[in-house]
Design a protein around this ligand. Structure first.
Ligand code: PMP
Length: 357
């Protein structure tokens, strides 16, 4: 694939911002930095200095974690930044479009709106456990479709998308669109990432995040995995110095190999709690349906979402409600919490039984 055929021409020819050279053991008078920091008076090379243009050590660590070649990985501030960068780099305003599959993560549409790119909706098959309709997706694509977003496991419906379905899209859109597989919740599925296909398919892009299974949503870090050509184009649109020094230090400490088992333990606990929560919810009279989940949340349909809202609000518990939302009518997405939180939710829902009457 020639990336020039799909990237915005302004980005293909963009003259990148030239940042100040950073060489250790030099007197640095080239970046208009302060000579020392009043906040860290005992160091001259701390917060007074700009961080690296791109956080190379962090990228190397993320490449190890996600089993990727560092040349095929871009560290981003959450996967949100990757979604934004993809749309800005590939979609010409008022001309190009993205394909999404509602109900799904709404930020794809939001960033497309910001870029004045059209969003083409190809709904999941509500009557078939919200399965992806790959044929309709391929039919809906136009010559201006630059990005096809697949969320796997999907937020808010919860299920993993099969590798075959993803590859059908990747092959069907070869040399025309990038297929972006958002694997924000992959760790809770036990499945292998489809990123191992990137060497074979240069129009495949995979997004990972540290915000879910790694318990680091507050630090803002994700990774985009793609061909080196796609990574190079996206590097052009990301801000230089986007990772702050404290964020990078915190991430490198948190991702130290001695701590990785804690993250794996957390995922195990959430998967176990997901099973328990599903079982207990299924016993409640107010619950009509629970979809299979490969994620850290459950999509639940209730008989009466307004009544559920009153009960959980009284217990000061927040769940994501989808009132009057077409295929998701009377549904709520419930994040799996720790055992105490899950018990509180179950108690709140059970307590209201007499109120429904
Ligand atoms: N993708 C999906 C499917 C999500 O649900 C979310 C957050 N809820 C994100 C991406 C963005 O996450 P972050 O920017 O924290 O990586």
């Amino acid at each position: 694939m020639s990336i020039d055929a799909i990237v915005r021409p302004e980005i293909a020819t963009l003259k990148a911002y030239v940042t100040a050279e950073q060489v250790s053991a030099t007197v640095r008078l080239n970046a208009n930095e302060a000579p020392h920091s009043p906040w860290q008076p005992d160091t001259r090379d701390g917060l007074n200095r700009y961080p690296e243009i791109r956080p190379r050590r962090l990228q190397a660590r993320l490449a190890q974690l996600f089993d990727a070649d560092p040349a095929r990985l871009l560290a981003t501030r959450g996967s949100s930044e990757a979604i934004d960068a993809l749309i800005r780099a590939f979609c010409r305003p008022y001309t190009d479009n993205i394909v999404v599959t509602p109900p799904t993560f709404s930020m794809y549409r939001v960033y497309a709106d910001v870029q004045a790119a059209e969003t083409i909706n190809v709904p999941l098959r509500a009557g078939n456990d919200f399965a992806l309709d790959t044929e309709s997706m391929l039919e809906a694509c136009t010559p201006e479709t630059k990005l096809v977003f697949v969320c796997s496991p999907n937020n808010p419906t919860g299920a993993l998308v099969s590798r075959d379905d993803i590859l059908a899209l990747v092959q069907g859109r070869a040399a025309q669109s990038l297929v972006v597989v958002d694997e924000a919740y992959l760790e809770f599925s036990g499945a292998r990432s489809v990123a191992d296909e990137i060497g074979r398919y240069d129009n495949l892009v995979v997004l990972r995040t540290l915000s879910k299974a790694w318990g680091l949503a507050g630090v803002r870090c994700g990774a985009l995995l793609a061909s080196p050509e796609v990574v190079a184009m996206l590097e052009r649109v990301l801000a230089p110095y986007s990772f702050s020094t404290p964020a990078t230090d915190c991430l490198l400490e948190a991702l130290d190999s001695t701590r990785v088992p804690d993250a794996r333990q957390l995922v195990k606990q959430i998967i176990a709690e997901r099973g328990r929560l599903e079982q207990q919810l299924a016993r409640l009279d107010c619950v009509r349906h629970i979809w299979h989940s490969d994620s850290n949340f459950l999509l639940v349909q209730f008989d009466d979402l307004a009544a559920v809202h009153r009960r959980v609000s009284k217990a000061r518990i927040l769940i994501r409600e989808f009132a009057g939302d077409g295929a998701l009518d009377h549904c709520a997405r419930i994040t799996v919490g720790d055992p105490d939180e899950n018990d509180m939710l179950l108690a709140a829902l059970a307590n209201g039984a007499e109120e429904i009457g």
